[in-house]
Ligand binder design. Sequence first.
Ligand code: RIB
Ligand code: CA
Length: 319
Amino acid sequence: MNPKRIIIDTDPGVDDALALLLALASPEIQLEALTTVHGNTNVENTTRNALAVLEFLHAADIPVAQGCSLPLLVPLHKSGDAVHGTGGIGNTNLPDPKVKPVDEHAVDYLIQRVLAEPKEISIFPIGPLTNIALAIRKEPRFAEAVKELVIMGGSLRAGGNITPAAEFNMHADPHAAHIVFHSGIPITLIPLDVTYKCLLTSEDVERLNRIDAPIARFVRDATAVYMEFYKKYEGFNGCALHDPLTLATIIAPELLTFENHYVDVDISGGVSMGSTLADFMKVSKKPANVKVALGVRGREFVELFIERMEALSALGGGA
Ligand code: RIB
Ligand code: CA
């Protein structure tokens, strides 16, 4: 079967970086490009991190386009350091990348790639949706030409992780999320309801590091700060593989259970700003606009992630 052609829109970010590792460790995926956005850290850092991770993985030929530095309307979120470390990827100390991003802005890059090959390219947004929303608004043909969006974000019954009601990516730019959810583009949503069931534990990382390899050490160093945060604030021994789980829609869809629902995004500006509201009881009579993952065999996904990292490590990937 031909590998699935995807562009990942990303704010690396520890779990974003793990998603990039998994994408490049998966023959079912053809990673066409990365576009970067503000989120876990500022867009200069997310772009540097994206370039540095690709270079670390000997994949510097994959284009990176830098995107929006600010949300559409709300102020920029600034406290990602506590979760993702000051550089944005934990304790990793990747060298400054030699490669540069492409000249085009991420919004223009997404538009030109998608219009050049309509219905061929899936976009995986795993950060705030600012770039995607502006592509929809700037080019009316964009929404029709995108094959699909597979989005990490939202929370339907699991509560929020940045406010009591909202998940980080949606809260970081709720107006962008509202535009995307009402765009008509086929959307698959991977919310906190399933990502919090995919916990990478310190024992998993120790098992991976039985292999003496740069990739294994990268996963250990990247997740160290992230795991401390989860232990301190969420009482978990481990960290959630939020962004990597989007790729399960390609490499192990049998691990996910989906339902179709009408989902809206709260932009009313109150206490639940950025929350994602699913019409489970069909009271709005509005047609479903999102295919939502509400079930996952989480431990099996984490095992798959570790196995793919072990294979990548054994191949001598990285550095
Ligand atoms: O809520 C989890 C999401 O927010 C992930 O994409 C993580 O990288 C952060 O951006
Ligand atoms: Ca992210």
